[in-house]
Design a protein around this ligand. Structure first.
Ligand SMILES: Cc1ncc(COP(=O)(O)O)c(C=O)c1O
Length: 358
């Protein structure tokens, strides 16, 4: 299964790279091979078609991170224990929150999406027979952690089968609605988790509507969104999502924001902040520790990836909106070609085109 997805991803990647090579750039920095070489550290001749898996950090962001490592090593105690890295985070956090249309006080830093999903799932006061709902598109962290919760607390996992390609939002909403209707009342559904942008296959889910139907059926259920692929790729509007009933939102920094590996963010509604513990409970984490302080120190480790999220935001600003719009247009074009033409023929065509243009 995975290789089929990877093949599709590679073909789409080839199409995108080829289109990028031929697309004129009207404003911002130029795209294509010169930009790739100037701003990224890929081995010559290597084309990265799996950006979603592990991201790729631009040189400028890595340089900024390296500057933070220098500060850390110049005065380790000042960096860790006298507000060194925390001061940088206090500058980065509002910018990150702005990108998520969230209040800065509701956002904490994470090492990655997995640690955020674990933090939420493992913090909830599960009772035997409680239900966790997810979809068949959920990333493996969720069913895996769910199985651990099942073993530990005797919870039940209900999986709504969603099928792709989904021609409309209803194709995702209906299986979830059916699963909700089958739940016994009074509702024991403690948590429903949905991808904002799924991994295999990549699709944007109608998350606000999903949150609404969950809350309409079980008002007390918490809704968690896995936005690992969202930050930097699609708009995140926490005000709108919170209004729809979303209680927590996890995202990665290293994927589409192009921040260093080891960066991510969690937004949580005020009503659940008190119960959330980070995946690691540190020496600074007494039970009364405030939400952000609880997540800001999780032991002696390299926090420079979090600090360098500011440089990743700068890099995006430098790219400008034109870059995003151009990539979006190319994705649409590539998707159209993949769905309307003979895939193998198209791939061959673009591979030979690509060889000429790179
Ligand atoms: C949808 C989704 N959620 C969560 C994750 C986990 O991300 P990470 O490995 O950065 O924690 C991934 C990884 O690709 C993913 O695709």
């Amino acid at each position: 299964m995975v290789s089929v997805h990877h093949n599709a991803m590679i073909v789409t990647g080839l199409l995108l790279a080829s289109l990028a090579a031929s697309e004129p750039q009207s404003e911002g920095i130029p795209f294509g091979k010169p930009t790739r070489e100037r701003y990224f550290q890929f081995q010559p001749g290597f084309l990265n078609f799996n950006h979603g898996g592990f991201g790729a950090t631009p040189r400028l962001v890595r340089q900024a991170q390296s500057g933070f490592v220098d500060q850390q090593e110049a005065q380790p105690t000042a960096w860790f224990a006298s507000g060194g890295y925390q001061k940088i985070l206090s500058e980065v956090r509002p910018r990150l929150a702005e990108m998520m249309n969230a209040n800065s006080s509701d956002v904490v830093f994470l090492d990655d999406a997995s640690s955020g999903l674990n933090a939420v799932l493992r913090s909830l006061p599960w009772q035997p027979q409680d239900v966790m709902l997810l979809t068949s598109a959920a990333y493996a962290v969720l069913p895996n952690t769910g199985k651990w919760l099942q073993k530990r607390y005797g919870i039940q996992i209900v999986q709504a089968e969603v099928h792709f390609p989904a021609k409309s939002a209803e194709a995702i909403l209906e299986p979830v609605e059916r699963a909700l209707l089958k739940l016994p009342q009074p509702c024991k559904l403690r948590l429903a988790v949905f991808d904002h942008v799924s991994s295999y296959p990549p699709a944007i889910l109608p998350v606000a509507r999903l949150a609404r139907i969950v809350k309409a059926r079980c008002a007390e259920t918490l809704v968690l969104l896995d936005g690992a692929h969202a930050l930097g790729q699609v708009p995140i509007d926490m005000k709108q999502l919170a209004e729809a009933g979303v209680d927590a939102y996890v995202t990665d920094g290293h994927k589409w924001l192009m921040a260093p590996k080891g960066s991510g963010a969690l937004w949580a509604s005020r009503s659940i902040q008190d119960i959330l513990e980070p995946a690691i409970i540190s020496s600074d984490n007494a039970p009364t520790t405030k939400f952000q302080d609880r997540f800001d120190y999780i032991g002696t480790r390299d926090y420079t990836s979090w600090c360098a999220m500011g440089a990743a935001l700068d890099f995006r600003e430098m790219l400008g909106a034109a870059g995003g719009n151009m990539c979006f247009k190319q994705v649409l074009k590539a998707g159209h070609l993949v769905t309307t033409l003979n895939l193998v023929g198209v791939a061959n065509h673009f591979v030979s085109n690509l060889a000429e243009s790179t």
